[in-house]
Design a protein around this ligand. Sequence first.
Ligand SMILES: Cc1ncc(COP(=O)(O)O)c(C=O)c1O
Length: 398
Amino acid sequence: MQLTNRINRIQVSPTAVVISAAEQLKAKGVDIADFGPGEPDFPTPDHIKKAAIKAIEENRTKYTPTGGIMPLRESIAAWHKRELGSDYTAKECVVTVGGKHAIFNAISVLIQAGDEVLLPAPYWVSFPDIIKYAGGTPVIVPTRPEDGFSAKASVIEKLITPKTKMLIINSPSNPCGGVVDGPEFEKILALCKRHNIWLMGDECYSHFVYDPHKPFSIASARDSKANVIIIGSVSKTFAMTGWRIGYTLGPEQLIQAMIKVQSQSTSNPTSIAQYAALAAMQGNMETVPPMLAEYAKRRNRIVEGLRAIPGVTCEWPGGAFYAFPNVSAHLGDGKSAHAKNCTDLAKLLLDKAHVALVPGEAFGAPGFLRLSYATSLDRIEEGLRRLEKFFSRSEAAA
Ligand SMILES: Cc1ncc(COP(=O)(O)O)c(C=O)c1O
């Protein structure tokens, strides 16, 4: 079949591939220790579910304005101001079908052939493909494990060319929990202003940060508005991945252009989900600290457990819910190696040890694996036991 060059430039999300392989084994009755999905294992809070039920009962089941109902746009701007110190109005906000849709639409209205987009690695799998789909070129910014995988202004500056249009900072990051602290983020913003570059801040994990980090938005910095595009989502903060509500905050002209794309594609995000998100934004945040406390316990256990495996190193993630161990000591052609690369290793781990995780190659980080710890402590213990047994077999063979 003759498909467009545009679609041939991208691939199916590698995380989706792992999740579906694990699901196939589960369907055959295999017990999988599943560290694949980047999705909270908590239920959506009751007050949010009730708001959706009420919306259905009140027949709020029709088209809404394309960019979202005005009370939700207002509430997102007010929530962001309250929680993260920004200063947006409803006109500077568009409601989207999840954070991924917000990124897709913002990039499609700002990036075209010949444009370069700076992207720190390890990066979330969808960024490079969304950039390529728009015709742009991702330019990878290296980060170091010993810096907590945090992007540095000094490294970014060296990669700026006349073609650079945008820099994406996802903090806290998927896949490695990297957090860019406030002062460094402000240096990066200054750089973007000096070179007239868009700074896209993906804040989908903003409220899942561990001591000493605090939730932070670059939109709280003075004079940031002309260069900054904020991407947010209710998916992770409110355990609402299936509801598909995200948003962008940014200059009104950008928001209008994004609404134009939406008007010719998805139209409005689901009306019922918008009312649920409205309850999330207007409600108190008391469901967040218990989730964070649970993630913190799991983080401690999984990082300690991974570090106890010979030949595995693992940094402490500053935020989000992913551990990102370096397993390169177990790779290679020698007798003691399990596999040549992490893609093969992840396949082996799934087939032989029944552990599902995502290979680092998917995130521009060969030699690493991503384990989501949005799963119970019991399953984490079971997964660690299996990993330890699997890797100790190569030690014995060495
Ligand atoms: C870094 C990052 N950004 C954006 C998203 C998009 O989330 P959603 O489309 O569910 O809002 C995800 C989801 O995994 C993510 O990890």
